[in-house]
Write a protein that binds this ligand. Sequence first.
Ligand SMILES: Cc1cc2nc3c(=O)[nH]c(=O)nc-3n(C[C@H](O)[C@H](O)[C@H](O)COP(=O)(O)OP(=O)(O)OC[C@H]3O[C@@H](n4cnc5c(N)ncnc54)[C@H](O)[C@@H]3O)c2cc1C
Length: 546
Amino acid sequence: MTDLHSRYDVIVIGAGPTGLTCANILGMYGIRTLVVERNSATVGEPRAVSIDDESLRTMQFIDLVDDVRSGISEGYGSYYYSPRRRCFAKVVPDTTEYGFPRRSAFRQPVLEAQLRAALARFSSVDTRFSTRVTRLAQNDDGVAATVTTEVGSREVRTRFVVACDGARSGVREALGIAMSGSTYDQCWLIVDLVGSNDRFRHTRVYCDPARPALALPGPAGTRRYEMMMLPGENADDLTQEVRVRELLARISGEDAKLEIVRKVVYQFHARVAESWVAGSIFLAGDAAHLSPPFAGQGMNSGIRDAQNLSWKLAYCVRGDLGPAALASYESERKPHAIALIQMAVKMGRVMMPTSPFNALVVQTAFRMLGLYGPARDYVMQMKYKPKPHFLRGLLAGNAGKDLRGRMLPQPLVELPDGTKVLLDQVLGSGFTVIEIDNGVLPLAAFRDDRALGATLVRVIPREHRFVESRDTKVAQVRDIAGVLEHLFTGNQVRGVVVRPDRYVAACLARNSDADEADRLLRAIIELSNLDSPGVGSGTPFDLTIA
Ligand SMILES: Cc1cc2nc3c(=O)[nH]c(=O)nc-3n(C[C@H](O)[C@H](O)[C@H](O)COP(=O)(O)OP(=O)(O)OC[C@H]3O[C@@H](n4cnc5c(N)ncnc54)[C@H](O)[C@@H]3O)c2cc1C
């Protein structure tokens, strides 16, 4: 371990999807990062199977989306079946608001391997497997971490620690942070199969009180079955191969003959850590929140944490933002993580009717909804999935309150040479001011010294053509589907200030002058320098990590 540096800016504990995403983002910003993972490799067990549009946008941010997309089945939905196997509801979203399908089937081991390999791009990131963090001591100078391998231990110093150490987070326990919420002590048998020739691309949800079950399609002929364990059953009996094949045969005779890759009983939880930050230590991913998998959001929420926190850490390390930026991590992320867990619990209730009568009530309710267009659309397009909307956090100004704190849509836009690209391709990894250029509204001038190094993007409305830009250094894009113009007009703003994580930090009021963007960016810096007791430093402690 002599080759470890004695000081890092950030130590990431745990190389699951959350930690690996954090490390890739920190690497993009050139932050000196140490990733430690106690296992010798990334996971082999296929856990998460559904990746959402926001996570794919994060993969795009770290320039990995083409790789990731090559191994997934994009855009699938769910069909809900009654105990008599009649389909009573379909949820098949076809919107790509954030640039990607709302749900795609993927394999967690493949994604983790891709994320790990991608770290090799960054000379500032040190990645150590078969290595654990066994002690964390915080003082005014940051954190001293004891890093242990089978050959010995070594102390390294760091400014910040991100604990992405999973559901049984040793860091969370050592900090004495409780998890609140129900234990949701529901056990499910998970069976992964390969060699499936079933062409049906959607999840089948069997809402049968006799044994609720799901069959999920995966890439490359894989298929996942999830079946509820009933009272009186035990994991050992349920995972016997004969028993597994017998259960599969009741649902699909063909799949019962496939090769079984894995069969395991999981206990699901619906819990959230009471606090996500302790001084310089941040909890992220399963360490901070646990969701039953019915909404397929556990890992996706962890990737959202990584995206929200990592750029803020980078900006703080570089001295561009103050510690209150880090305090906004918990206030922005926690309410949304809780909302998604509540959605998963509700979806679980639909999937797991407790009696035939309840099952009938659910089916009737869905059929009634199907008769009414907007309600059908609400279900079909997954509009019930809570969209992140930060009400408190690293946000500035008063204009466009419904838009501020929301993720910016990602439409296809046209470049002056006629190429069509997804919007983020022109946004880069910093703050961006995006403004409508319709020849009427005030326009921010290009400046080399713009606060937070923000770049400027001018949006040419759909009905207009490219014009000779007064500032040759300003990027111009044409809004070919009218998405941005519609968004700005609807919210009565002439543009937005977008954070690196693609959230709208502030809106430019229609009647504001050309300097408004700079004032808003400076307001964000001021906000980040406000007092934020206990974040970024705080009470000294010395913890042993189990
Ligand atoms: C059956 C099942 C189905 C699921 N389906 C979905 C789905 O479809 N979609 C979805 O989004 N989510 C799903 N999930 C949830 C998803 O798998 C998890 O939310 C995700 O793996 C959490 O990622 P993480 O990086 O936060 O934690 P983990 O993946 O648990 O990684 C934590 C890592 O930290 C390491 N570690 C712990 N302590 C230390 C230490 N002291 N030092 C060094 N390393 C340490 C561990 O070895 C581990 O590798 C599912 C989960 C299950 C069980």
